[in-house]
Design a protein around this ligand. Structure first.
Ligand code: SAH
Ligand code: SF4
Ligand code: F3S
Length: 448
């Protein structure tokens, strides 16, 4: 590959989960430290980082078509962008990418992206490099300080997964479960708040598996970390995602009843309502144990909004087993949930299981499941009408004078009135839609 001139502008495109969004922000900060600036809207960047996701179908093909598009767009303006592929596809298929896509000069896995600047120096000289090492915690120590300025921020506290659900690539792409040290997290949370964050979402593939010793050396779980972060002045809201039923403890449940800044929302994926399927998935819970767990959350925080993930069409799933999933949904009445068609992932045990389900069957099951979930989401929104709650203003709405923010239950709320991004305002929830609510501004942010 011919040497290029040092890039002046960058663009980071993140796909997949919120952790990828967090990683994308950190890569942007690394590049910013090098004096490289974000490419203006509508302009081709000198350096493009594709921060990829491998969780479901066509992830890799999408990367190749994105690369093709970037090369073409560059040619049209007489540019040859430097391209880095990061994220979970990079981890899973790094070598193939290097072999198949000569336009890519850097491949960097989710645990190695702190080395992006060095790789960039080599790329500028015309060398290609791939780094998919998994040094676990090392990257966090080599990242620059946070300079997030929006009102909501992500903070990765735990990474990796030891659960090995039989359908899932994450244990292979993100590596073993690690927890970042308590003191590092308190410092990063403080920096985020100083930089303008009023809400922090703690992230982990199994966030509730976080553990560590606090400043006095006492063993803490996620609840202890949340209580410590809640002490930060200026921080108003704490959320966390994604939890695994197996790692839930009483302390976290209790925190929902006691920590005012901890928002009444829980994302707890179940995947299926049929115990045989759950076992084949290597999930450690049953439908019953999952439901009992949710009851305990509801006892601690009666208004808690529940969310989950579902997979339809796991190999061997019968119509009766799918009906069990629908019954579970009927019983929980989720405020919101994600549902997916099973996608065989190369190298996972489920990909070679007997009884792979036909696409049409999956389509039809997904439609029925989504109809049930949409019905419940709408009902949850309708039941919120009349409530007066805090809304954290995140951005401007489509129309002049309109604002968008989130309720404590993570519903999108839009309203009109006098306020600014980052304000915590009091809103009456006035009208429910399937995906959002219309609010009436009752009180603008208190003037400090
Ligand atoms: N760590 C989290 C989420 C992991 S990925 C958890 O354990 O719940 C997010 C969601 O993608 C999963 O909850 C699952 O519903 C879905 N998913 C993962 N692998 C999948 C696959 N092979 N096919 C379809 N959906 C999948
Ligand atoms: Fe994947 Fe299961 Fe781990 Fe979640 S718990 S990341 S679904 S293996
Ligand atoms: Fe995707 Fe990797 Fe996240 S596969 S969902 S980006 S952990």
């Amino acid at each position: 590959m011919k040497p290029s001139t040092a890039p002046k502008t960058y663009r980071v495109k993140s796909f997949g989960c919120q952790m990828n969004v967090y990683d994308g922000e950190r890569m942007a900060e690394l590049l910013g430290d090098r004096g490289i600036t974000p490419a203006p809207e509508g302009e081709e960047a000198d350096l493009v980082v594709l921060n990829t996701c491998h969780i479901r179908e066509k992830a890799a093909e999408k990367v190749y078509s994105d690369i093709g598009r970037l090369v073409k767009a560059g040619e049209a303006v007489g540019k040859k962008p430097l391209i880095a592929v990061a994220g979970c596809v990079a981890q899973a298929e790094g070598e193939e990418i290097m072999a198949r896509a000569p336009a890519v000069s850097m491949v960097v896995g989710p645990q190695a992206y702190h080395r992006l600047p060095e790789m960039l120096d080599r790329a500028v000289k015309g060398e290609r490099a791939a780094d998919t090492d998994m040094p676990a915690i090392a990257k966090f120590d080599s990242l620059p300080q946070r300079r997030k300025i929006g009102p909501t921020a992500f903070l990765t506290v735990q990474e990796g997964c030891d659960k090995f659900c039989t359908y899932c690539v994450v244990p292979y792409t993100r590596g073993a479960e690690i927890s970042r040290p308590f003191s590092d997290l308190i410092i990063e949370a403080q920096k985020l708040v100083e930089a303008g964050a009023r809400e922090i979402t703690l992230l982990g593939q199994n966030v509730n598996a976080w553990s560590g010793g606090d400043d006095k050396g006492r063993a803490q779980g996620l609840a202890g970390l949340i209580r410590a972060i809640a002490k930060i002045d200026g921080l108003e809201r704490i959320r966390y995602t994604t939890s695994h039923p197996a790692d839930m403890d009483e302390a976290l449940i209790a925190a929902h009843g006691e920590v005012e800044k901890l928002m009444p929302y829980l994302h707890l994926p179940v995947q299926s309502g049929a115990d045989r399927v759950l076992k084949a998935m290597n999930r450690s819970h049953t439908a019953e144990s999952y439901l009992r767990l949710l009851e305990r959350f509801r006892a601690a925080r009666p208004d808690i909004a529940l969310s989950g993930d579902f997979i339809v069409g796991f190999p061997g799933e019968t119509e009766a087993e799918f009906a069990d999933t629908l019954s579970l949904v009927d019983e929980v009445r989720y405020a919101q949930a994600y549902s997916f068609k099973y996608s065989p992932r190369p190298g996972t045990p489920a990909a070679t299981m007997d009884g792979q389900i036909a696409r049409e069957v999956m389509d039809e099951r997904l439609q029925r499941l989504q109809a049930a979930l949409n019905r419940d989401q709408f009902a949850f929104n309708q039941a919120s009408v009349g409530k007066i709650c805090d809304v954290l203003v995140e951005r401007k709405g489509k129309h002049e004078g309109q604002w968008l923010g989130k309720s404590p239950w993570l519903q999108s709320v839009w309203f009109e009135g006098d306020c600014a991004i980052g304000d915590m305002v009091t809103v009456e929830l006035a009208e429910a839609g399937p995906n959002s609510l219309k609010g009436l501004l009752r009180q603008s942010a208190a003037v400090a």
